[in-house]
Design a protein around this ligand. Structure first.
Ligand SMILES: *[C@@H]1O[C@H](CO)[C@@H](O)[C@H](O)[C@H]1NC(C)=O
Ligand SMILES: *[C@@H]1O[C@H](CO)[C@@H](O)[C@H](O)[C@H]1NC(C)=O
Ligand SMILES: *[C@@H]1O[C@H](CO)[C@@H](O)[C@H](O)[C@H]1NC(C)=O
Ligand SMILES: *[C@@H]1O[C@H](CO)[C@@H](O)[C@H](O)[C@H]1NC(C)=O
Ligand SMILES: *[C@@H]1O[C@H](CO)[C@@H](O)[C@H](O)[C@H]1NC(C)=O
Ligand SMILES: *[C@@H]1O[C@H](CO)[C@@H](O)[C@H](O)[C@H]1NC(C)=O
Ligand SMILES: *[C@@H]1O[C@H](CO)[C@@H](O)[C@H](O)[C@H]1NC(C)=O
Ligand SMILES: *[C@@H]1O[C@H](CO)[C@@H](O)[C@H](O)[C@H]1NC(C)=O
Ligand SMILES: *[C@@H]1O[C@H](CO)[C@@H](O)[C@H](O)[C@H]1NC(C)=O
Ligand SMILES: *[C@@H]1O[C@H](CO)[C@@H](O)[C@H](O)[C@H]1NC(C)=O
Ligand SMILES: [Cu+2]
Length: 821
């Protein structure tokens, strides 16, 4: 533990007197050639009375006296209602699993004992309530919604292997009343809640297929790379390929390729493609009927292994070099240390402790005037519910629906890759956060958990909640008499999911002006391509390596409730006009004006950000005007770049990701259209369980409960700077929701974390701090000790997953085991 003296706020206030001397010099210096009308810079105006009154008013509303030093704030709170979007508790999961195994008609086998021809339980989690029931409960007019479990069965004891979505309940389980039924209403095709499983034989696909093929060309792989992929201990190649599998003409076709394997702990195999591809028809569940369909090397396709081998060993065959592991692919520190870099770097501290409250049991958060609940699912990870400002709901639900990474290339591997990541699930890969790196060390951390194979895994400290002060003020203004400036303190809820090679960071931020942002950043290893002939699809970024171009598109559901559920979307554009006015002396003036319209129905409900950012997208309540007669609402705008999928009518995806085609899509909210995508859409791309396009059937969107489906994304063309890892500074996309005539003025005036300094003749004559240093002024806590330990000294607490067995239920013997993909 290191104890450092922190200069007292009071001392800061005093030293401001000194500092203004320098400020005055700076102010005296510039002589702008023109003066903007309305600017107070050169006009020695006196402070207006209304500003004075506002300041006096603020002084009267000073917070009650609180000691300034740490650990004085109440950081727990009781949620007003139980979190109806929360997870099931251990005993609930255990009872559901026990009950499921007792149902003979389900014919279930314990996962550990199961072969590829047994039915198993894939998932047990809380079923979300329908919105009307949830609203009745949280708004105080109805009972808590009846609890059910959402269960997914992996039914593989059949030729037609499939996943089955079922509902089990009510909870708590009572043998007399519990039942299961297919969960059909979320699928928008007649499916009985079932989705075919193309992955059913994953337990034998290597032993019975891929390694046999690897062995069949061992002479070639040894000659090319002095290595094999045949299921042996000494293999140093791996084989894997496209996702989703090709699903055309009733056949299921794989394309796979060879990769070098890392020689150290670093996960860089996706940087080591080798440029040899093969295709197989794996239709049906009998590997003896699967068929190798050909080889591709250096742009030449060979229909059989014999043809490929003959060509390979013939004279003049062109062989390319390999991509080989090395320091270039490893993320550890390399190169000359940076100047002064080993000295302690700046760090944000929370000297008074955290200034927000959490109900840890209900995952409910209050920060300043905001409150919300946190939900968590296997498919999409963290989501926020019932986001309120001063008790008034702004958003019912805000959460990720699906994330797509769509590649392209001159080879079938890259051309055929279009990951739909909820198949793998964001929940299971929401790993423990690293304190002081992923989030500030002083953040509040929450656990998340998910079901897998009759256990629940808990990721300790995998969601973080923290307040931060940005490096820029939210407000400022200077005149020749005073300067006024307000800190930009904001609140963040964050989690990170590592899906295979890629790490997605999700940040939901709440600001003092009433705005909210949703941001995604990405890091981790790119999935790269072999360089040969790939110039139109990426940069050459290493010896034999192409940074394979791809689009990331991440869809978020935002169910706004602006002053109730009857909402509309208004478009307001700044447009050029040529117009004459009574005062324009008969001349037409080329100028601009506003043009307004409403999105009337779902036929108009899919569109992109307007040209030149000139169109505002406003979610409004047409029946709620402010006192000036304007519609109260929230504006939706891109924050740091947002985008949709460039590929049109993707051959890989068919109908599996119809949500990716536009920036903004608006539907009438329905219980049957709860999710924009199904986690198993990749299993049946032509006729997926949830085809988003089917949501659009012309329904009215004026004064309705609306859902906005918003895409964040990046057109990612990896360059040398993506080696060894993509960096979050630039792999970044965000969207903002900002109040538009929703509040009477700028809400950030309510923070006392601002200062006004009046000055005259080289001296600060008045320093108004609005009560923020009250305790210090009393002398109760002039200097406070900061309990500060650099985060790096605490990493010994990093755990990985805690696992608790659910069948048989064994809550007292947790163990550690982490899995990644
Ligand atoms: C139940 O599953 C087993 C495999 O676990 C399978 O052999 C059997 O045929 C299945 N029974 C029925 C009725 O489907
Ligand atoms: C419910 O049924 C299961 C299986 O038949 C049994 O093990 C369990 O004890 C029963 N539970 C109750 C509360 O009756
Ligand atoms: C080929 O690999 C083997 C086993 O990994 C190794 O012993 C041998 O040195 C390698 N040969 C060459 C030419 O790199
Ligand atoms: C791997 O081991 C097998 C024996 O298990 C041997 O035949 C083969 O040559 C080895 N391969 C390499 C690349 O060293
Ligand atoms: C997270 O899990 C750990 C280990 O089970 C436990 O000690 C801790 O109390 C949990 N945290 C919360 C906020 O529930
Ligand atoms: C491919 O990589 C090898 C080393 O593995 C190198 O010798 C060769 O020059 C590279 N070829 C190209 C075209 O970059
Ligand atoms: C919402 O609109 C419906 C008719 O479209 C109306 O019946 C209902 O009263 C409205 N709700 C509110 C809160 O205004
Ligand atoms: C999408 O592409 C497929 C195959 O090329 C074609 O059959 C289908 O008509 C296309 N659909 C649209 C909407 O363009
Ligand atoms: C939720 O809504 C769906 C679709 O209308 C309906 O089928 C289902 O029964 C509802 N669930 C509950 C618990 O009422
Ligand atoms: C500032 O200087 C002016 C002119 O010298 C003088 O009239 C005024 O009283 C001074 N103000 C203060 C606060 O000293
Ligand atoms: Cu990328």
């Amino acid at each position: 533990m290191g104890f450092f003296d922190v200069i007292s706020p009071r001392a800061i206030a005093t030293s401001a007197l000194v500092l203004t001397t320098f400020a005055q010099d700076a102010l005296a210096a510039p002589k702008a050639p023109w003066i903007r009308p309305g600017g107070g810079y050169y006009g020695k105006k006196k402070m207006s009375n209304h500003i004075k009154r506002a300041i006096e008013g603020n002084n009267q509303k000073r917070a009650p006296e609180t000691p300034f030093c740490a650990e004085s704030l109440t950081t727990t709170v009781k949620a007003p209602k139980d979190n109806v979007w929360g997870t099931l508790v251990d005993v609930e999961i255990a009872s559901v699993v026990e009950w499921l195994f007792a149902q003979e008609d389900l014919n279930l086998t314990i996962t550990d004992d199961a072969t590829g021809w047994d039915n198993t339980i894939q998932l047990v989690e809380a079923m979300w309530p329908n919105k009307t029931d949830a609203l009745a409960y949280i708004d105080g007019t109805g009972p808590a919604p009846t609890k059910y479990a959402h269960v997914v069965l992996n039914n593989r004891a059949t030729e037609d292997a499939h996943y089955a979505d079922i509902l089990v309940g009510p909870l708590p389980i009572d043998n007399a009343t519990a039942k299961w039924e297919p969960l059909t209403y979320l699928h928008n095709k007649p499916s009985g809640g079932k989705v075919r499983n193309l992955d059913a034989d994953n337990d034998i696909v290597y032993s019975e297929w891929l390694f046999k093929i690897g062995a069949s060309v061992a002479d070639i792989t040894l000659d090319l790379w002095n290595a094999t992929a045949m299921g042996l201990e000494n293999d140093t190649l791996s084989i894997w390929g496209i996702d989703p599998l090709w699903q055309d003409d009733g056949r299921i076709i794989r394309w796979d390729t060879f990769w070098n394997t890392p020689t150290e702990v670093f996960d860089d195999s996706t940087l080591l493609p080798l440029g040899l591809y093969f295709s197989s028809d794996v239709t049906g569940r009998d590997p003896s009927k699967w068929k190798l369909e050909g080889w591709l090397y250096n742009g030449i396709f060979y229909e059989t292994t014999e043809a490929f081998r003959a060509a390979y060993w013939s004279e003049g065959f062109v062989k390319h070099g390999a991509n080989v592991d090395g320091d270039w692919a490893r993320t550890d520190h390399q190169g000359e240390p940076l100047p002064m870099d080993s000295a302690a770097a700046p760090e944000l501290i929370a000297p008074a402790g955290n200034r927000f409250a959490v109900d840890h049991k209900q995952n409910y958060v209050e920060w300043q005037d905001y409150s919300f609940y946190i939900g968590f699912t296997r498919d999409a990870g963290m989501a926020l519910y019932d986001i309120r400002y001063k008790g008034e709901r702004l958003i019912y639900e805000l959460g990720l629906q699906e994330a797509l990474a769509h590649y392209a290339g001159n080879d079938p591997m890259n051309s055929g890759t279009a990951y739909l990541d909820t198949f793998y699930g964001f929940g299971p890969y929401t790993f423990e956060l690293v304190k002081g790196y992923d989030c500030p060390a002083h953040a509040v951390y929450l656990n998340t958990s998910f079901y897998v194979a009759e256990t629940t895994h808990t990721h300790i400290d995998s969601v973080c909640l923290f307040e931060y002060v940005s490096d820029f003020p939210i407000q400022r203004h200077t005149t020749s008499d005073y300067v006024s400036v307000t800190k930009n303190t904001y609140f963040v809820a964050r989690s990170i999911s590592t899906i295979g090679n890629y790490d997605y960071m999700f940040s939901y931020s709440f600001f003092n002006d009433g705005s909210i942002s949703v941001e995604v950043r990405a890091s981790g290893y790119i999935q790269s391509a072999f360089f040969a002939g790939n110039g139109d699809y990426g940069f050459k970024i290493h010896d034999n390596l192409s940074g394979s171009m791809h689009d990331h598109v991440l869809n978020f559901k935002v169910d706004f409730d602006i002053l109730g559920t009857n909402n509309s979307v208004q478009l307001m554009s700044t447009v050029p006009v040529s117009k004459s006015y009574p005062w324009s002396k008969g001349k037409v003036r080329n100028t601009m004006a506003l043009s307004r319209s409403f999105i009337e129905n779902e036929d108009e409900g899919r569109f992109n950000w307007g040209h030149n950012s000139a169109t505002q997208v406003l979610v409004v309540n047409e029946d709620e005007l402010n006192k000036h007669g304007e519609l109260r609402g929230y504006r939706i705008l891109p924050y740091t770049g947002a985008g949709h999928l460039v590929v049109e009518n993707s051959t890989n995806l068919a109908n599996a990701a119809n949500w990716a085609s536009h920036d903004i899509q608006i539907t009438k909210r329905k219980d049957t259209e709860y999710k924009g995508a199904h986690a198993y859409n990749s299993q049946d791309v032509h006729d997926p369980p949830i085809d988003f396009a089917k949501f659009f059937d012309g329904e009215n969107l004026r004064k309705e409960d609306l859902v906005l489906w918003l895409n964040l994304g990046m057109h990612h063309i990896p360059h040398t700077g993506d080696l060894p890892n993509t960096v979050m500074t630039t792999a970044h996309s965000g969207i903002q929701f900002m109040p538009s005539n929703y509040f009477d003025g700028d809400l950030s005036r309510r923070t006392v974390n601002q200062v006004r300094i009046n000055y005259e003749n080289g001296t600060a004559t008045e320093i108004e701090t609005f009560g923020q240093f009250k305790a210090a002024e009393d002398g109760s806590c002039g200097t406070c000790k900061l309990d500060y330990t650099p985060a790096d000294r605490k990493h010994g607490d990093y755990h990985g997953d805690i696992v608790v067995r659910k069948f048989p239920f064994d809550p007292n013997n947790p163990y550690f085991e982490s899995e990644s993909i």
